[in-house]
Design a binder for this molecule. Structure first.
Ligand SMILES: [Zn+2]
Length: 64
């Protein structure tokens, strides 16, 4: 699976978005990480188990 050194964080790790990009798709706005996480250019992410991580808009007002 992961052959990087040090190992990439697992998909269920809080730092999962720090894994190595193995398949960048900048034209489509997302990248596949080594641990199976899909990272979007808006900083959101989709985990292999189907759950998602909301984008971080630190400087934007919350509209939800
Ligand atoms: Zn890796």
């Amino acid at each position: 699976m992961c052959q990087h050194n040090p190992d990439c964080p697992a998909a269920d790790d809080p730092a999962c978005q720090a894994a190595v990009v193995v398949a960048p798709h900048p034209d489509q706005g997302w990248s596949l990480l080594c641990n199976g996480v899909v990272l979007f250019e808006d900083t959101g992410a989709l985990l292999p188990d189907g759950s998602s991580i909301a984008p971080q808009h630190l400087s934007s007002p919350v509209t939800a």
